[in-house]
Design a protein around this ligand. Structure first.
Ligand SMILES: [Zn+2]
Length: 305
């Protein structure tokens, strides 16, 4: 079992929860708290709940709080398992996400429809007991034992119930899926939006702009890792998002509706898309096709430009 990587500037352990299957894809962030506790931002899929629990054990940290950026299976699937095994742990979630953690039935069904077999790979989430759920407010703080401060920003766009988590003392912003992905691929580091269907492009951009105004020193997207020059990274995300939307609006105007075909056309003219395309496999299917699908869907609904 690989040891979590400690990033001192952010005072955070990066747990590569999918390292056995696809390393460098899904990060769980473990924040050590004074007194031997830990808060986890995005516990990851249900299928790797045991891996995360094992990592906490390796680190000798006791789980005290789980914070989910949103309820999608790759981010929050393990929340119910962790709440079950650690009675008393609080699970912090956007109010619109809370019902889906309390009863994941509908979330699971819709995920099966959108993701197909991939949903089974992420695993089926267990319900989080209602008494463990804490609904967050925009601009509110998450009270953690030992006094580590975390500020919540509601950042819709990727999903209506998305929240990002800011540690103002260390200047690190946990962006979930609200500020795209930064992935190491064979073709180089790729920076790309992550916008599955029901993307709200204007909200996505507003959220990016709000996060940029914080001028974070570091950003930590769930996909993947802690990156310096956070404010610059967020600017790059704005640029790439606009570029892809404009390119896909043109591609859509030529009558292309199929995300796979549109992805190929986008990759032929855009360097970041090309890296994801060349990577193939999961990266191409999940981080390019899904994103292009969501963008085409938003264009089809008349939400861009
Ligand atoms: Zn994700």
């Amino acid at each position: 079992m690989p040891l979590p990587v400690y990033v001192a500037d952010a005072d955070v352990y990066v747990v590569d929860v999918w390292s056995a299957l696809m390393p460098g894809m899904i990060a769980s962030y473990v924040l050590p708290l004074p007194g031997g506790g830990a808060a986890v931002v995005d516990p990851g899929p249900a299928s790797s709940a045991d891996f995360l629990a094992g990592s906490l054990e390796q680190l000798g940290l006791r789980l005290e709080a789980v914070i989910v950026t949103h309820v999608h299976l790759d981010h929050a699937g393990a929340a119910g398992h962790l709440a079950e095994e650690n009675p008393g742990v609080k699970v912090y979630v956007h109010p619109r996400g809370a019902p889906h953690l309390a009863d994941p039935t509908r979330l699971w069904e819709s995920s099966r429809q959108v993701l197909g077999d991939m949903a089974d790979v992420y695993g089926k989430p267990k319900p989080v007991p209602r008494e463990s759920l804490v609904e967050t407010s925009d601009g509110g703080e998450i009270p953690l034992p030992g006094g580590r401060r975390l500020v919540v920003l509601h950042t819709p766009g990727h999903a209506s119930h998305h929240q990002s988590i800011y540690d103002p003392q260390r200047g690190v912003l946990f962006t979930g899926d609200s500020a795209g992905v930064i992935l190491e691929t064979a073709a180089g580091t790729a920076r790309a939006p992550t916008t599955p269907p029901r993307l709200k492009p204007k909200l996505y951009l507003e959220s990016l702009e709000r996060m940029r105004r914080l001028e974070p020193g570091m950003v930590a997207p769930t996909h993947f890792g802690v990156w310096p020059e956070g404010a610059r990274e967020l600017e790059v995300q704005v640029e790439v998002f606009r570029r892809w939307m404009d390119a896909l609006a043109e591609i859509h105007a030529r009558g292309v509706r199929d995300p796979v075909q549109a992805s190929r056309l986008l990759a032929a003219r855009d360097g970041e898309a090309s890296k994801l395309y060349k990577a193939g496999g999961y990266i191409r299917a999940f981080f390019l096709y899904e994103t292009v699908w969501g963008m085409l869907d938003a264009i089809e609904r008349g939400e861009w430009p």
